[in-house]
Design a protein. Structure first.
Length: 353
């Protein structure tokens, strides 16, 4: 099949998207597909471009972060600031003549349902979750409200609180993270009230400087063991346990080799593994996700599972969790990407008039 892999884009997760997308493109070629790797912002990548990106990998700091703790609001080059996803896509006819589009545009409009809506309007066949599922999973506040209403445990949280309200309601330590974001970009573990106040101030300044709303979620910290469950089709993959070098599974630990032990399958009782898999499938269905996803959990000292979030478009780099879960099930990376593309093609065929 002819496949267009969408990668890069203009979000804070651009670097992760480039690394993920180039690996997906290479894997699909290994499976015999005719592949174009396309950055809506910069155009089609050459094989030399892809090789360079794969060699460089993902940096230890997110775009815009400065070693030593500072941050810059302008996280991408001026050429992409303010670019319209619709306008960018319309410039690339490859999208409208391909068999399947494989979106690997992490974050922003690539993951919040905007891209998916545009592809739907263009009647383009694409892999992964649709507009509704992408939007629900991307908004962590909406996700957690749905989890709570469905009786699925999730840590208590507040949206854009004052420091006093956050500490009083959630206790310390507190997790802070963007409501609509991923790849552990701007993820904080706050141990004291001063840290909460400083984070609120920094994030408010970031939003003011960029001119964009930047809702932050402040979440109760659950001490315990961290697990993740990948979903492929209608099946849950083997449970994985994440043991991070840092107190949190942050950007560096997620994308740098040796910064975390990711154990697949997790060395846990079968009963717990089954519980996590069943819960992950429940979340996947609740949020209207499809083809593939990844659901993250903490299990506390009492053995209670707490759902942290759902990832409609999980990372696909060499260090990413979904490919490791698939490998534990006997599915190598080229086969995983091939299965995802074929699910999209078969869905389109079954719904065509």
């Amino acid at each position: 099949m002819r496949v267009v892999v969408l990668l890069g884009g203009e979000s804070e997760e651009r670097d992760v998207s480039l690394a993920s997308g180039c690996q997906v493109a290479d894997a699909l070629r290994q499976s015999g597909h005719d592949v174009v790797a396309l950055d809506p912002v910069g155009g089609a990548l050459t094989l030399a471009d892809e090789a360079k990106i794969l060699a460089e990998g993902v940096g230890s700091l997110p775009p815009g972060e400065i070693a030593g703790g500072g941050a810059s609001v302008s996280f991408v080059g001026s050429a992409v600031v303010g670019a319209s996803m619709g306008t960018a896509l319309s410039k690339h006819e490859d999208i409208f003549s391909t068999d399947v589009v494989f979106p690997v545009l992490h974050g922003g409009m690539g993951e919040d349902g905007t891209l998916q809506a545009l592809l739907d309007l263009g009647r383009v066949v694409y892999a992964g979750s649709g507009m509704l599922g992408s939007g629900l999973a991307m908004d962590k506040d909406v996700t957690k409200r749905m989890l709570r209403d469905a009786g699925i445990r999730t840590p208590d949280w507040l949206l854009n609180p004052t420091a006093e309200a956050a500490v009083e309601r959630l206790d310390l330590p507190i997790i802070a993270k963007p409501v609509a974001g991923g790849s552990s970009v701007r993820l904080y573990l706050l141990d004291d009230s001063a840290g909460v106040e400083e984070t609120i101030r920094v994030e408010a300044a970031r939003a003011s400087e960029s001119g964009e709303a930047s809702d932050m979620m402040y979440e109760a910290f659950v001490a315990g063991r961290e697990f993740t469950v990948g979903i492929l089709g209608k099946e849950a993959l083997p449970v994985g346990e994440i043991i991070s070098e840092h107190a949190l599974f942050d950007y560096e630990c997620k994308y740098q080799t040796g910064m975390a032990d990711e154990i697949f399958p997790a060395e846990i009782p079968d009963t717990l593994a089954q519980t996590l898999q069943e819960r992950a499938l429940e979340v996947h269905r609740l949020l209207r996700l499809r083809d593939f996803s990844r659901i993250d959990f903490m299990v506390d000292e009492k053995g209670e599972a707490w759902c942290l979030e759902a990832n409609a478009l999980p990372g696909m780099t060499a260090n990413s969790l979904l490919p490791k879960a698939a490998l534990a099930a006997g599915i190598n990376f080229p086969d995983l990407c091939d299965r995802i593309v074929r699910m999209a093609a078969e869905r389109a065929q079954s719904t065509s008039p």
